[in-house]
Write a protein that binds this ligand. Sequence first.
Ligand code: ATP
Length: 306
Amino acid sequence: LMQIYRPLNFIGFVYRELRQGLTDIEEMFKLLDQDPEIEDKANAEPLAVTGPVIRFDDVTFHYDPDRPILKGVSFEVPAGKTVAIVGPTGAGKSTISRLLYRFYDVTGGAITIDGQDLRDVTQESLRSAIGMVPQDTVLFNDTIGYNIEYGRPGATPEEVREAAAMAQVGPFIETLPKGYDTPVGERGLKLSGGEKQRVAIARTILKGPSILILDEATSALDTKTERDIQSALDVVSANRTTVVIAHRLSTVVNADEILVLREGIIAERGGHQDLLAQDGLYAQMWNRQREATEAEEKLLQTANDP
Ligand code: ATP
């Protein structure tokens, strides 16, 4: 009976927590940590961060044994560098970020940070070393200031303002009549996707992790918002070991290495110019996106013409 009761109790717990508005993605991960499959080993040690260097060694993964998602993925992110992952929808890009956060364990191969297998370190130490900017940040039903301060509880209002400024969301907050005390979330001011992502970036800047995972929003952004987010990301990823799941190719141009994932394998890899020269999948994606942007600009211009 306990076997049935425990999961039901867990679902009830998650449901109650969700109702209370505990909707932040990292909190979700914490709740889901209770997944009995992901447990700290009895002799788990805290992660000792030196580089940090991230390595994926021949990683395979499936959610369902009948459907392999990653089929032998190997790459390294050197300390302080940025690797961008691009590829068609469903290729397994976000799965890579979930594995790095140890939301799931790999089914084959290994992921290490500074030589330590993720399965051998405590989840708490792993997650405190990683800043995660998810695709769609769900905000707490609290003030916008609290939502940023959450990155480092106890940060001073001055530090919160500095982080907001670096994340390019400060000027927007200052136009609100209640400024940092403006309630946001489901019961407060609804922020746009781009504003929410910048709040998440400000939160991460405050947290100051040595590893950063950015899962870029897929939603279309206007050129100014895209530029603002880009410069916020540049600030937060500078000198941090960064993995970007990129949906807009404009983000990847400056990455140290770009991995093109297709059906669970790395089909192409290299810098932006190398990949264009290879004239393969990346070049196709790049040309398609450029055509779409040009068409959009033409449309806007026609609409603005008197
Ligand atoms: P997108 O660009 O659309 O975000 P992606 O490359 O990030 O796609 P993933 O989210 O990694 O793709 O998903 C890879 C595959 O794994 C998809 O086919 C998806 O349906 C499947 N998948 C993702 N999460 C789960 C899950 N929890 N259980 C079962 N299958 C899943």
